[in-house]
Each structure stands twice: as C-alpha cells, then as structure tokens.
Design a protein around this ligand. Sequence first.
Ligand code: HPA
Length: 248
Amino acid sequence: MLAIIGGSGLTQLAILEIERRQVVRTPFGEPSGPLIFGRIGGRQVVFLARHGYGHTIPPHLVNYRANLWALKHGAGALHVISVASVGGIRSDLGPGTLVVPDQIIDYTWGRAATFFEGGDSGVTHIDFTQPYDPTIRHELLEAARSGGHAIVDGAVYAATQGPRLETAAEIDRLEGDGAHVVGMTGMPEAALAREQDLPYGALCVVANWAAGRQSSARAISFSQVEETLQAAMGRVRDVLGRFCEDGC
Ligand code: HPA
C-alpha cells in the first residue's frame, strides 16, 4: 500500500480509481479528512488531502501526527509520497519546475513534531541525516524521466511556518543557509514519517518565484500561482501514475 499526501493543487487525484473512503480516528486526533482508498495502475493506493478536501486547513494547523498515524496504522501504508508546492529560490528553479528534494532545513515552530513525548511514549532520537528515502527519490526521478518530464534531482527544502509568505530578506537568509526551495508543510511531516518507520519522499512543484526573486521581486501573484499549479498537476499525475506502475 502506497500513501500519497496531496498538497495545494492536488486535493483530488483523478487517476485514482476510488474504491472506498474511511474515517480513521487516531490517538492524536483527527486527520485532515477521510482516507481515500483505490487503485492506480492496479496498485493499491491510499490518498489524503493534507489541507482537507475543501482546502480549509492551513499549514501550521495540519494535524501531521494524526495524518501519519492514520496512514500507517489505519491504512497499513508502507511508503509515503508527499506532493507539495514550493517557492523557488535557486535561479534554475522557476515556476512549473518539478523537484525531488534531498535535504531539509526546518524553520517551523510550535507544531506537534514528534510521536515521542516522553512518559509512556518514551524518548527516541531518530536518525534524520538523510530525511528522504533514497529509493523513493530514485523511483520518482525515474518515473518522471520515463514520461519525458524534466525534473530536478536534489534540492534543500526550507520548511517555514506560514501561513504568510516570506519577506524578501527572509528568502535571502534562507538562501544564505543553503536552501533552494521553500514550503510550509515539509516539516514535521517528514520527521514523523521517519518516526513511524515509513519511507518518505517528496515531489515538489515550484508554484512561484520565492519572495523578492525574479517575477516576485515586488510581490507574489496568486493568480499566477494558481495557473502554474494547474498546468503542472497534469505532469504530477503522470509521474505518480508511472511510479505506481514501476516504483517501489
Ligand atoms: N513560500 C512558502 N511556501 C510556498 C511558497 C513560497 O513562496 N510557494 C508555495 N508554497
């Protein structure tokens, strides 16, 4: 069973032949919505819209623990692919680019970021040197290439708190820190997946130039973001379809 967590622009997965929906209760509260079970290319998939099916949950209020717990223990997922939109910081990562990041810098705060709260749940320090699963990364890249879609192998993902976008100076700081793309949902999701022993990879779509860069020099245009995401999601679906046919 493969889990796909869909982000902005991917609240539905048209290629999924839906078989059933299931509401899962967790010790950590409610996930973002019911889990949607189905098949893609004959393969069993469970889908969850990170921001809810009506896109009503902002990044800092997503119940990441409930989502990961539900996917692992409620659905029996063995792998997780996150689809997420990001802002492009590096000059070759413009709107519409597909990226499979390989590193994370976490700037989020105040989110429930671990399953291990001490007491009965214990104290556990996961290894997080390589935050993304190398096999999933490789197979996402292969799936894109087999479909003839350009895709960037490796980027440092900066996870910001949101929900506001960044200032231009904040983006300069992120770049100075070594970040290449910026998004609001990559953490604690990736770490919680690791805590659950769930191999996790991300397929990112650059929705806009990050604040202060290129066409976002003065402001970020939301109509442009919508258009870019709509245009890119066809490629995302194709990559996911190919991953399901050939991937892990
Ligand atoms: N910043 C943070 N998160 C984002 C952006 C951005 O510019 N674009 C899409 N998600």
